[in-house]
Each structure stands twice: as structure tokens, then as C-alpha cells.
Design a protein. Structure first.
Length: 404
């Protein structure tokens, strides 16, 4: 039984119609062509280098051109004496793989083969060889076979490159997932150990503050301590929410009602005191299948993020609309925007450009969106603000995913 590598060669020869008579015809051409090969090679590279694109690739100078001429000479010499068997197939396929490795686009392979065909045929027709046109036809079949083999090598080489990139991406993703899992476990343990003592400290400090006179000079200091404790408590909650996400309790909810509830909750938020939120009410009341508490948390995180990125006196634009079978929520700020590197790392856990914060806000947002079967996208450009777009399925038939 033929091997898997032999099958393409047999099929190519059969499809092209290259038989033993053609092989014999090509061998008879060797006496005519072999003395002319140096001239064919020189003409080939002269015409090829007329192309600016080819000159941009062939930048190795005289040494490179000498190597290329020697390689093409050997390639042409073999063309007229070959057995066209499996070893020939392997050698020709390696030539195509070399083209891929050095970054030679496929169209140069096509045009190069055409230049060689023209040069060879001119010299055959200029000779006194018998049955000239029959032999030219046989040569055309051989050149077609070589072209098919090199195309196959391009396909196999590109396929291997893609698989290599995919393997690398999967390996990086697994390594990152393992790393984040370890961080998550550590964060959960630390948060659990910190939460209860922190609550005890907060309670004790509040008792001390309440026992102090209103004009006590130390009362302001104690109040500041309580503020810092609340900040620590918020950080602990972020860590727990990221490390131990709660599966969504999904039900049909009205988006407009949730947005208005969130905006009411945020009225006293310090970051929003000098920021105006413009809410574009949807023409109809979109509904979606989701956990209302998690959607509220999602919106609160994103609006506060937008406020932190905004200048006093600027605006945040919040738009809700139906988008095919989904609900799309867009939050646009008028801040400075993000650099390319910051945008690339925006969803990376523990990455933050703020002086305060855990860097978990957007990671938690993405997790909430993804467990609801949705998508979240950030667009940003320095000087033009940032836009976050969330798309969540409307229908109850769309199942939410378990958090990972």
C-alpha cells in the first residue's frame, strides 16, 4: 500500500497526465537544455530583479545571488534526468518549504515558474530536435508537477506554522490559567483571613469614635482610620469576588429599571459628583435573561471606572439598545483614553494604572459578562476617551456558563 506521502505524487502525476513517454521526452531534451542552463538562470534573475518586490526580498548581495544561481542550476539539471519518484517529490517539497521559511510570497513562485518555462521553451524551439512540440508539451507537464509539489509544500508549511502558533497560544493560555488559579487561591485565602479581623477592628474603632466628644481633636484621625478600613474592606471583597465567583441566578429582567437603580445608588458616589451621566433611554424596554445583582455590579464598576478616567465637568454617555437577539450597553467617557499597552492589558487581573485599586474591576466585569454568555469590548485612543460595549443575550433559551 502506498504511504500517505506517496499518494499526493501519484495523484498529481495521474491528474496532469505525466506518463513514462513524457519522462522519456524530457530526458531527450537534456542534450539541448543542459548547455543553455547558465544562460537560462542568468536571464531568469535579470528579469526577476526588475521587480521592486523581488529586490526587496533578495537583499543578501552578491553572495546570496551566487548561492541562488547555484541552487537554480542544480534544480534545472535534475529536472531533465529525474525519475519523478518519491525522493524527487521530497526534494521538491523541501524547496517549497525553504520559500516559506525565507518569506517568499507564493506569487513569486508562480511568476518564477512562468519565466523558466518561457526561457526553456524558447531554447527548445530554437533547436533542431525532432517532435519539438510533443517534447515541449511533456516539459510543461513536468513543470506543472513541480509547481503542484511546491504548492503542496506551501500548504503543509503554512499549516505547520499555524499549528505552532496555536500550540504556543494554548500553552501560554494554560500557563496563565494555572498562574491565575494559584493567585486566585492565594487571594481567597488571604481575603478570608483578613475579612473577619478587619470587621473586628472596624467595630472597635467605631466604638472609640462614638465615645469621643464631637470637638475632640483626634476624632478626625479616627474617622480617617475608618475610611481606610472601608477601603481595605472593598479590596477584600474584590479579591473574594474574583477568586470565588458566584454562579448567576438568571431570570428575565428589565434593563432600564436596573440602569435607573444603579444611577440612583451612584448619586452620592464621590467620583461622580462633578461628572454628568447622560442616559439614553431605549425606545422600548429591553429585557434579558441575567442575574440582576451581577448586572448591577457590572454597571457600577464600569460607571465608576469611567468617572475615574474623566475630568471634572465632563460627561459619561450610557446607551442601551436592542442589537439583534442581544441587549447592548455602551458606556463612553470623555477622558484621556488608554495607551495601546494599557488597552491590551485592560482585562488582566491585578493590572491597574490607578494609585488606588486592586486592578480587578474589569476582570470581574469580563467574568460577569462571560458567565452570562455575552461579550465585552473596550475601544480607546489617547485623547479620545474610552468606550466599553457589553452585549448580553436577551433570550431565556441562552444558557449562562459556569464561572471559571
Amino acid at each position: 500500500m502506498a504511504s500517505m506521502l506517496e499518494l499526493p505524487l501519484s495523484e498529481m502525476r495521474r491528474t496532469i497526465g505525466l506518463d513514462d513517454a513524457d519522462v522519456a521526452n524530457v530526458r531527450e531534451l537534456a542534450a539541448v537544455i543542459t548547455p543553455n542552463i547558465p544562460e537560462v538562470v542568468e536571464e531568469f534573475y535579470t528579469r526577476l530583479l526588475d521587480s521592486p518586490g523581488a529586490r526587496a526580498i533578495l537583499t543578501g548581495g552578491d553572495d546570496q545571488m551566487a548561492r541562488l544561481r547555484a541552487t537554480l542550476t542544480a534544480w534545472l539539471e535534475e529536472l531533465f534526468i529525474a525519475e519523478f519518484d518519491q525522493s524527487y517529490y521530497d526534494r521538491r517539497r523541501n524547496s517549497g518549504s525553504t520559500h516559506v521559511r525565507i518569506g517568499l510570497p507564493q506569487h513569486y513562485m508562480f511568476t518564477g515558474m512562468e519565466l523558466l518555462r518561457q526561457g526553456l521553451e524558447r531554447r527548445i524551439r530554437g533547436s533542431n530536435i525532432s517532435d519539438c512540440e510533443i517534447k515541449v508539451n511533456s516539459l510543461q507537464k513536468v513543470l506543472a508537477l513541480d509547481l503542484a509539489i511546491m504548492l503542496e509544500s506551501y500548504k503543509l508549511s503554512y499549516g505547520e506554522q499555524i499549528r505552532k502558533v496555536e500550540r504556543t497560544a494554548v500553552e501560554e493560555k494554560l500557563t496563565r490559567a494555572e498562574h491565575l488559579a494559584e493567585i486566585g487561591q492565594l487571594a481567597a485565602s488571604l481575603a478570608h483571613e483578613i475579612k473577619n479581623p478587619l470587621a473586628g477592628i472596624s467595630g472597635a474603632i467605631q466604638i472609640i469614635r462614638d465615645s469621643m466628644a464631637h470637638d475632640d481633636p483626634h476624632r478626625t484621625i479616627v474617622t480617617e482610620i475608618l475610611g481606610q478600613i472601608r477601603r481595605l474592606d472593598a479590596t477584600v471583597k474584590d479579591l473574594l469576588q474574583y477568586a470565588r465567583p458566584t454562579p448567576p441566578a438568571a431570570r428575565k429582567i428589565g434593563v432600564d429599571a436596573i440602569v435607573r437603580r444603579v444611577l440612583t445608588v451612584l448619586q452620592k458616589e464621590p467620583a461622580l459628583q462633578d461628572i454628568t451621566v447622560h442616559y439614553t433611554t431605549p425606545p422600548d424596554d429591553p429585557h434579558m435573561f441575567a442575574d440582576d445583582r451581577q448586572v448591577e455590579q457590572l454597571l457600577i464598576n464600569l460607571i465608576i471606572n469611567a468617572a475615574h478616567a474623566s475630568q471634572n465637568g465632563s460627561s459619561i454617555h450610557l446607551v442601551v439598545r436592542n442589537f439583534l437577539d442581544d441587549v447592548q450597553i455602551t458606556i463612553q467617557d470623555e477622558g484621556e483614553g488608554m495607551t495601546h499597552d494599557t488597552l491590551h492589558r485592560a482585562f488582566e487581573p491585578f493590572f491597574t494604572t490607578k494609585a488606588k485599586g486592586t486592578g480587578l474591576g474589569l476582570s470581574i466585569c469580563r467574568r460577569i459578562v462571560e458567565v452570562h454568555g455575552g461579550r465585552i469590548k473596550v475601544n480607546s485612543q489617547l485623547g479620545n476617551g474610552t468606550s466599553v460595549s457589553i452585549t448580553i443575550p436577551q433570550n431565556a433559551a441562552t444558557k449562562t456558563k459556569e464561572p471559571v
